[in-house]
Design a protein around this ligand. Structure first.
Ligand code: KIV
Ligand code: ZN
Length: 544
């Protein structure tokens, strides 16, 4: 039998102003439950640290009764974190409650989260229980959990499809039994903002004792309304919001933490609510999760997607350059986004090109600009996105990838299904040197990058290698992005080609050349992405 957990150092909302929203993060439980999102104990520990630094109020670390590994992970997170409440999920049954309490023993502040389905469809087909049995089971479980842990949350699973009168009865009973947080999950993402707001308003008016508990919202995203529904519940009086980073979770996922937090912040004029989240850590937290579980963030994802602060249409670009607020309602730096990036493409105009030339530290005389702009337009008609290397090449009049000093004279790649890949290449340096190398790798991209690093003779660690498709159809290009570290500096290369192996080779060559160019002519400054930039007052970048 688990020993009783000492009372938490503060009740869930004690001292919190009425407009303070508690952020209950369930990335490590509801999020982790989703296919492709499972995490090992070590990964959960890393993410728990990220969530703690982000400033969430409660971390739901797992469902200890689900497996020994889950119980272990909750135990590890409970011991490793401080200054944040750690929560474990349990069904309304003795064994689950005891296992959850045991896993939480090392936590400075703990919570047991009980759940039981209340909707007719779940009562009939899953639980095979009458209303009275559900009520009794819930109350007994809360009493038992309270005997082991001071802080108990009760969730009425599928609440949004439950008869409101029954929900009111259950909530009144579990509050009387000692539940301090009452969670109202939209388990199947079925509700709408108007409907959930009406339910929360009704619960606040009609549940006896509701003032003793914190009302919580937990919305799934099956109809794409998870965040909107959560915000509606908050407007109607919820003061805890359950969510996940990047919106991962069962099926279409849970309400996304970063979207909720930025909506509350950006529209403080409307909501008048705040959280304790350090928003400048949102982008990093999102990317850490994405790297941990290997699930990419969609490019157009709100707040943290690659395009969230990118503008392509010429008229938008012009507006943003004149005054950021014309087309941006949040500042990239407020979510920790590396920087506002204008995507250069066929809709881009002169302003955007001039700005990028400046950002890259290139020097382009006014008299040359029209020629460069005309060449840019021609290139933009052919390519979906004009990359930084393309702009450098346009300004210097050098064809892209001939940026040198190293150039690729030959490349041969062989792949053996079920075996290693092998890449042989021949590099030529503008000073007359030649380098030939062969390397094997677990795949063709690996083999090519290994051969290039060796041939360059550089001390280079690859930090990131991303390959993705840009465009659609059989002629779609593959884009490779490689980030590497040389000594203390980071360098990035990007390239696109219909041959993904060639794209990886070109991107790697760009990294190698950026390092080589820096070695030959040390820069006056490095921009935030670590890409070589020069003081454009003084000189143009030499690409050759
Ligand atoms: O969606 C849901 O109903 C849940 C409960 C366990 C809270 O995740
Ligand atoms: Zn859920």
């Amino acid at each position: 039998m688990a020993a009783s957990i000492s009372p938490p150092d503060h009740p869930p909302s004690a001292g919190a102003p009425p407009n303070r929203v508690l952020v209950f993060d369930t990335t490590l439980r509801d999020g982790e439950q989703a296919p492709g999102c499972s995490m090992t104990r070590i990964q959960k520990l890393r993410m728990a640290q990220v969530l703690q630094d982000l400033g969430v109020d409660i971390i739901e670390a797992g469902f200890p009764a689900a497996s020994d590994a889950d119980a272990d992970a909750v135990d590890a997170v409970a011991r490793a974190t401080r200054g944040v409440r750690i929560c474990a999920l349990a069904r309304c049954q003795e064994s689950d409650i005891v296992v959850a309490a045991r896993a939480l023993q090392g936590a400075a502040a703990a919570r047991i989260h009980l759940f039981l389905a209340t909707s007719p469809i779940h009562r009939q087909h899953k639980l095979r229980m009458e209303r009275a049995q559900v009520l009794d089971t819930a109350v007994r479980a809360v009493v038992r959990a309270r005997s082991l842990c001071e802080d108990v949350e009760f969730s009425a699973e599928d609440a949004l499809r439950t008869e409101p009168e029954f929900l009111i009865e259950v909530f009144a009973a579990v509050i009387a039994a000692g539940a301090r947080t009452i969670n109202v999950p939209d388990t199947v993402g079925y509700t709408t903002p108007g409907e959930i707001a009406a339910l929360f308003t009704r619960l606040r008016c009609e549940v006896p004792g509701i003032e003793k508990a914190v009302l919580s919202t937990h919305c799934h995203d099956d109809l794409g309304m998870g965040v909107a529904n959560s915000l509606a519940a908050l407007e109607a009086g919820a003061r805890q919001v359950e969510c996940t980073l990047n919106g991962i979770g069962e099926r279409a996922g849970n309400a996304a933490l970063e979207e909720l937090v930025m909506a509350l912040r950006t529209r403080a004029d409307r909501f008048g609510l705040s959280t304790a989240i350090d928003t400048t850590r949102l982008y990093g937290a999102s990317r850490t999760l994405s790297a941990t579980i290997g699930l990419d963030v969609a490019r157009n994802k709100a707040v943290v997607g690659d395009n969230a602060f990118a503008h392509e249409a010429g008229i938008h670009q012009h507006g943003v350059l004149a005054n950021r607020e014309t087309y941006e309602i949040m500042r990239a730096e407020d979510v920790g986004f590396p920087r506002t990036r204008l995507v250069l493409g066929r809709h881009s105009g002169r302003h955007a090109l001039r700005e990028r030339i400046g950002e890259l530290g290139l020097c382009c005389a006014d008299s040359d600009f029209e020629t460069v702009f005309a060449a840019f337009k021609t290139m933009a008609e052919r390519k979906r996105e004009v990359l930084d290397a393309d702009v450098e090449a346009l300004v210097s009049g050098t064809p892209v990838h001939a940026g040198g000093p190293w150039s690729l004279a030959a490349l041969h790649v062989g792949t053996y299904v079920g075996g290693a890949s092998i890449a042989s290449l021949h590099l030529r340096h503008s000073d007359g040197r030649e380098a030939r190398e062969t390397a094997t790798g677990s795949g063709p991209v690996h083999a090519v990058t290994a051969a290039l690093v060796r041939a360059s003779g550089q001390d280079l660690e690859i930090l990131e290698l991303r390959v993705r498709s840009i465009g659609t159809g059989a002629g779609a290009q593959g884009e490779a992005v490689i980030r590497g570290r040389h000594e203390t500096q980071e360098f990035q290369g990007r390239a696109a080609s219909t041959d993904i192996v060639e794209a990886a080779a070109r991107a790697m060559l760009e990294v190698v050349n950026r390092i080589e160019r820096m070695r030959l002519s040390p820069p006056s400054s490095l921009n935030r992405s670590g890409i070589l930039s020069h003081d454009h007052e003084s000189r143009s970048v030499s690409l050759a």
